[in-house]
Design a protein around this ligand. Sequence first.
Ligand code: MLT
Ligand code: ZN
Length: 460
Amino acid sequence: MTPAQDPRLVRELADVVGADHVLVDDDVTAGYRTDWTGRFTSPSSVVARPGETAEVAAVVDLCRASGVALVAQGGNTGLVGGGIPTQGEVVLSLRRLAGAHEVDGASGQVVVGAGTTIGAVHALAAEAGWAYGVDLASRDSATVGGTIATNAGGLRVLRYGDTRAQVMGVETVLGDGHTVTALTGLYRNNTGYHLPSLLCGSEGTLGVVTAARLRLVPRLRHRVTALLAFDTIDAALAAAALLRRAVVGLEAVELFLQAGLELVCSAGSLPRPFPDPHVAYLLVETAGQIEDRGELAAALESVPGIADAAVATDPARGRALWRYRETHTEAIGTVGTPHKLDLALPLPQLAPFLDRLPSLLAELAAGAQAWVFGHVADGNLHVNVTGVAPDDESIDDAVFRLVAELGGSVSAEHGIGTAKRRWVGLSRTEAELDPFRAIKRALDPAGILNPHALLPPATP
Ligand code: MLT
Ligand code: ZN
């Protein structure tokens, strides 16, 4: 029995959230105990599903009083084992906190519950004539709370920034039990520390976000989507750099390679986009308020090395082109349980990294296959490695050391979770981690919030 399964705690949790919302049976909790990759899983746990902020606060109080840790969870689409109970913690599922206020049209903001999905935020915003700047393939499951916890990036960081850039205010239950409600949403407020920024990327280690006030962006009605093929990776990277400089309305520049394209075509029964195979592909999208394919077309004329191209101005064809990029994660899952190495590099280091990666992998595990794709205009690559055992971290280690050598980061948008804790020191110095630990102690003095994720123990 894990501490979370103590019958007294289970009874007390039921008194707070209602017996129907405390899940204890292994087959019912299974979906909360295994992460999206299938690589991180826990044998048993208890799931509490509060329906309002006061219930969240009461669950945090109960856990603190019982000395039992808890892991907050949204849509469970995380990829680094940060939202699952790896060591018998209580799972605090926020999915029932899915209410939303009306869009504040004057400010272009909306207050939503932490359990609202990103897809639902898009729908709410669109109904009111706005859009939400964060978008990602898991939009229909990923929740606002989870994307704040991981400071999710996604497909449109290039134009709108990451989640941190969208969060105007938060309501959160801190580890010490206090609820802080700061949802006013002033665009300018220079009165000290900025709690929303601190919570973005904190991975549920400081507080449990229960609601957020999100900034919306203008809804741009006209999109041009292009899939460009290149015969060298260098040509694709050079094109990404040129487009970034030349196209004002650029929203996305996504890279993938031939092996990934082959895989998504066979796994998803998609037609091949071009008659011949090529080495690398860029999926590019621009958006504007008036119909204008001229800006992208003119820029493409000046891009050297485009071997083939497909351009779409109608939404259905645009979505069809996106499928070649967006279905990578799903298709890779059909090959095996992947090691997901989400990393960031300074843009000039993308080419040297991609150049050195194949020989590094070949040296370490001949049977390993790397699927490389990602948000290349922001220097964010996803190196998904299949063909290695889930607990064999030799490739992860070698790749992250190369990333550090090139001045990059071991996490660009997925977070650290439990998967990457041992490598945080490659991207953060002890002088940075010490204040992080002090903040953790101040806001979660009993250390009950997601204690096995993100921060590595201090080196003695
Ligand atoms: C994506 O951009 O599709 C995901 O963040 C990448 C992944 O599944 O590794
Ligand atoms: Zn991504």
